[in-house]
Ligand binder design. Structure first.
Ligand SMILES: [Zn+2]
Length: 213
């Protein structure tokens, strides 16, 4: 490229002050438009991400609903099996086992004594766990259990609704006492036991929803 030609090109690009101003305005406008476009694109991105999150949230909700239904079904099946089980050792074949009908005098249970001195009894066949019954769990309203609220330490509080079902509570105490006496050669296990100033109450409360599974 000759020097002459370059010079000519520069000359040709030379703009008058008015043209220059117009050009600057045009460029500014273009930049602003680009900015707007960019913002629109960003907004679109954000919207899509939100949509995606919404879809994920819906999917998770759906899944937990399905899981909840499965859990409820499993719990119902387990409860039915526990009601059939006689918690005894010895087999009467496959049918006997499936129905939890042991023929031995010995019980198929493990007894575990916790550090607060409470003993839990668990059936090895149906996983039913007998624990010292808590009065707070025996409040009912229209036949439905009113679940006890808990304070920040996990201590159970008396439900403010429903009425205390004394008979059901006493029946549970008797069932628990009977389970403690289940004859078994399985050796009992125990944690280190020490005395709590509350007689083991808070430990009992915190373990309210646990079983030996
Ligand atoms: Zn059982």
């Amino acid at each position: 490229v000759s020097e002459e030609k370059v010079k000519h090109k520069v000359e040709a690009l030379k703009l008058s002050p008015v043209e220059m101003e117009a050009e600057i305005k045009r460029l500014e406008l273009e930049a602003k438009q680009l900015e707007v476009e960019e913002r629109k694109a960003n907004l679109q991105d954000v919207r899509e991400r939100l949509d995606e999150r919404q879809v994920k949230r819906e999917t998770a909700k759906q899944l937990s609903r399905t899981n909840g239904a499965t859990l409820a079904q499993t719990a119902a099946q387990e409860k039915a099996f526990q009601a059939r089980c006689n918690h005894r050792k010895g087999s009467m074949g496959k049918d006997g086992y499936a129905n939890g009908q042991g023929i031995d005098q010995q019980y198929a249970v493990l007894k575990h004594t916790f550090m607060n001195g409470d003993t839990w009894v668990r059936c090895l066949r149906c996983a039913k766990t007998w624990k010292p019954p808590l009065e707070e769990n025996f409040y009912f309203e229209n036949g439905e259990q009113v679940y006890p609220p808990a304070d920040k330490f996990g201590r159970l509080l008396k439900p403010t609704k429903g009425t205390f079902a004394e008979e059901r509570y006493q029946a549970a105490v008797q069932e628990y006492d009977a389970a403690l006496k289940f004859d078994t050669r399985n050796s009992p296990s125990t944690s280190y036991i020490f005395r709590f100033s509350d007689g083991g109450k808070i430990f009992r409360d915190v373990m309210n929803n646990a079983t030996l599974r």
